[in-house]
Design a protein around this ligand. Sequence first.
Ligand code: AMP
Length: 308
Amino acid sequence: MCSSDLSIMGIVVLRTVEEVRAYHNKVVAEFYEKNHRFPTIGFVPTMGALHQGHLSLIKKARENNDIVMTSIFVNPKQFAPHEDFAAYPRTLEADCKLIESVGCDAAFAPTDEVMYPKEPKYLTYVTIEGSDSVSEGAARPGFFRGVATVVTKLFNIVQPTNAYFGQKDGLQAIMVKQFVRDLNIPVTITVCPIVRAEDGLALSSRNAYLSPEERAAAPALYKSLCAFRACFEKGERDVQTLCQATRDSLAAEPRFKIDYLSVANAVTAEELSGKLCDAQLKDGIFVSIAAWIGTTRLIDNIRSEERR
Ligand code: AMP
């Protein structure tokens, strides 16, 4: 049933939708026979090149579910033609070892053709209105359409009870919650904290692109967000002043070129400006930044506690 040059690593690697369906039916039936209830299925969608950030999500899924599945798929629909789709690291064997080490049961690793067949032609997309007008969406038009489409498809294929996303892609987490709510998809979404290197750099598959000098300079991105936080904690509420403190901090590392710096409502993603008042702070604020260092684009964010 399962493909399985990779099952020797102890992890079941499913390559087609039919294989996932058969696996799902089998494990659910076996679990029901033993336990007289249906299992919960925890699911972690990824693009592979896995690191401790991804593994933190799988560990969380393992703690809270009977069966844990992940997907490893570099989704072409969320890359613009000029972006790094071809260069994106693909390390399936190493990924399988890592996910096995944290107790994942199975991985769905489809080809592009399985997800987006050419014959009959693939035609359906999930679009979240307004998602191309804020921060990461405005910087990468069509990105969230690609994400929402692939995540919807993965949910329909894997049929998880719970799905886990990282705060690392904070706007993505907001968008996923939005379309799950709008489309009544029966999945509970959990957002897990950002895992950082000791020097503060958020772990990312794209960190592999950095030269040693760029890697040494990269923590300046998180430091700039810490400058925002420090200024906010001192009582500053003017968005422009808070953003200037962030920009000034990042200017200390001239290799960085800011793509965007955004201050938004942490629940609705609505951009905030002017003086932040209590009503605007009610949902928490989400401060996100994208910046180029050499030819690598890094993103990071911080958010204040939700008070809703
Ligand atoms: P990706 O493979 O980049 O699509 O990421 C898959 C999932 O892992 C997404 O939900 C990311 O937000 C999450 N993720 C990536 N990096 C981190 C990190 N440093 N800490 C926590 N979650 C992360």
